[in-house]
Design a protein around this ligand. Structure first.
Ligand code: NAP
Length: 532
């Protein structure tokens, strides 16, 4: 592990996909960069999330770096959607292959950062002392602060409890156990079938059912892999141009303009393709309630056809939000798991968990006994990791105060009053509404070119203007409210955390459009910024 330097040109926080790539890019310049991470290993979210069933729900041949053609050609994914251990191996391979570790300092938590006006640099406080840097990059991820609801009595539970995002490194053996899972988002939906196959009895506590599309995961077909590798450049370019950062075709037809038979045929085709392509079946699914309902009912019918007990099937059918407005889930055998004799679904929509007891939990006046509890209860998304650090800009302005009613940013990358601070895939950028890899590479390249350009010009600060920021905030809001997304009480809206302001967090205008906006801003001499 690298020792703490006194001063570096760039300090990056976070050794996930974005931090590692940015470190690599900055190395190509005459700039000294240093990266810190609180974990004992590189990997970011793929280090912490090691729960059973954890795997990427975007195909690995697109959810992987595109910046190095040799890496792209030499690496082989064993399955269509890689699991967490394989993605973590990949990130470790990247750290070694590009010799990144000499500038990475692990087990180092950043607690505060303050802009020093006189010296024009950031003073960053860590558990190992202070670091200073001209440029400060928070590459801390969108989903890295676990949300553990404060159920009364948790500390007196005699069994073991786990949050999926802080899973023990040595794993957990649930054989012979009675296990309770709270949460049925993407994580719950991945882990429930795995835990069900091991535990003696599994009880799932569901507050909101979600829409899930099958992954159809399986071993990588060597012929398909070779075919994709032969056109890798083209597919990567397609991903960067399109709205989702992925390569499936976007439909140009509207769901209501075609016959019911054609519509069903297209849903069926996309269902069998698997994953998020389903949401692109028709271009108005995310904007028109009636169109959306046709897709929603198609998925509900799949649930009804899979789950043998009609009452359980109905409980699993989502009705309280349009399909896709809470992030679509992608699963392997999720719905079929409820046909197992050792799995019980408990609806807690109208009977929240009242308390945790020594032996289990109480909901609706009934006590359930468990050996282990699993919290698949999500994250303080998008703003959580940024506000976990006490970041102070000009005039000691606190980012926490500034964002008390919701985040403000220019391009989701920078904040007025916080010079030289970059928020990778931050609120106000496409990030979680896209294939994260495409968005990460776009941000890294933009930030690297910005820092490189300014350094070459001998300029030392860049800061968003208040007008550019206000205009961007408005665009983020307007794009969102032209869709159905704000109707759901989702983590996109901050609705999963009690007291968090309800603001639509990501930029929904699409990756291609966003990339062009960012490129034009740079080409226009960093329009909307004051550079000095
Ligand atoms: P999530 O989508 O926020 O789901 C959390 C679940 O916990 C929800 O079902 C929620 O119910 C429930 N919950 C939260 N607080 C509760 C409470 N007090 N009582 C009862 N239930 C409660 O979190 P997640 O499943 O971890 O997924 C978060 C995001 O991580 C995903 O949307 C995705 O972007 C990412 N992810 C990605 C992958 C991947 O393969 N790439 C895998 C897993 C996760 P409500 O819906 O009612 O709030």
């Amino acid at each position: 592990m690298a020792a703490a330097p006194e001063h570096r040109d760039v300090l990056i926080v976070g050794a996930g996909f974005s931090g590692l790539y940015l470190l690599h890019r900055l190395r190509q310049r005459d700039l000294q960069a240093h990266l810190v991470d609180r974990a004992p290993s590189v990997g970011g979210t793929w280090y912490w999330n090691r729960y059973p069933g954890c795997r990427c729900d975007v195909e690995s041949m697109t959810y992987s770096y595109s910046f190095d053609e040799e890496l792209e050609q030499e690496w082989s994914w064993s399955t269509r959607y890689a699991d967490q251990p394989e993605i973590l191996r990949y990130l470790n391979h990247v750290a070694d292959r590009f010799d990144l570790r000499r500038d990475i300092q692990l087990e180092t938590s950043v607690t505060a950062a303050r802009w020093d006006e006189d010296a024009s640099l950031w003073r960053v406080t860590t558990n190992h002392g202070e670091l200073t840097a001209r440029w400060f990059v928070m590459a801390t991820g969108c989903l890295s602060i676990p949300n553990t609801p404060r159920f009364p009595g948790l500390d007196r539970f005699d069994g073991a409890w786990y949050h999926t995002a802080a899973w023990p490194e040595d794993g957990v053996d649930f054989t012979g156990q009675r296990v309770g899972v709270i949460g049925t988002g993407s994580t719950g939906i991945q882990t429930i079938p795995q835990v069900a196959a091991q535990a003696e009895q599994l009880t799932v506590f569901q507050r909101t059912p979600n829409f899930s599309i099958p992954a159809w995961n399986g071993p990588m077909d060597p012929a398909a892999e070779a075919a994709r590798k032969a056109i890798y450049r083209e597919t990567r370019a397609t991903a960067r141009r399109g709205p989702t950062g992925d390569i499936w075709p976007e439909s140009t037809s509207t769901a209501l303009a075609v016959s019911a038979e054609e519509r069903e045929a297209e849903y069926e085709r996309r269902w069998h393709e698997g994953s998020f392509s389903f949401l692109s079946s028709f271009h108005d699914i995310t904007t028109d309630e009636t169109a959306n309902e046709t897709a929603a009912e198609f998925v509900r019918n799949k649930i009804r056809a899979t789950v043998t007990d009609p009452a359980v099937a109905e409980l699993l059918c989502p009705y309280n939000h349009p399909l896709g407005t809470k992030r679509l889930c992608v699963d392997t055998d999720y719905y079929a798991t409820y046909n197992r004799p050792n799995v019980t679904l408990v609806d807690i929509k109208d009977a929240p968990i009242e308390e945790i007891t020594e032996t289990g939990l109480i909901t609706g006046g009934t006590e359930y006994a468990f050996d282990s509890l699993i919290f698949a209860t999500g994250f303080d998304s998008m703003t959580g990791a940024l506000l976990a650090v006490d970041i102070r800009g000009r005039n000691d302005q606190s980012l926490r105060d500034l964002w008390a009613e919701g985040p403000h940013s220019y391009l989701g990358l920078t904040v007025h009053g916080f010079p030289n601070l970059f928020t990778m895939t931050g609120p106000g950028s496409p990030s979680v509404l896209s294939n994260m890899m495409t968005s990460i590479e776009q941000h890294v390249e933009w930030v690297d070119e910005c820092i490189g350009h300014l350094s070459e010009q001998g300029q030392t600060t860049i800061e968003a203007t208040p007008d550019a920021q206000a205009d961007w905030d408005q665009q983020v809001h307007d794009e969102a409210y032209a869709t159905l997304y704000p109707r759901a009480a989702s983590w996109y809206m901050g609705a999963n955390i009690p007291g968090k302001p309800r603001v639509f967090l990501p930029y929904i205008g699409g990756v291609g459009k966003y990339t062009e906006i960012c490129a034009n801003v740079a080409a226009d001499g960093y329009r909307g910024f004051v550079v000095a």
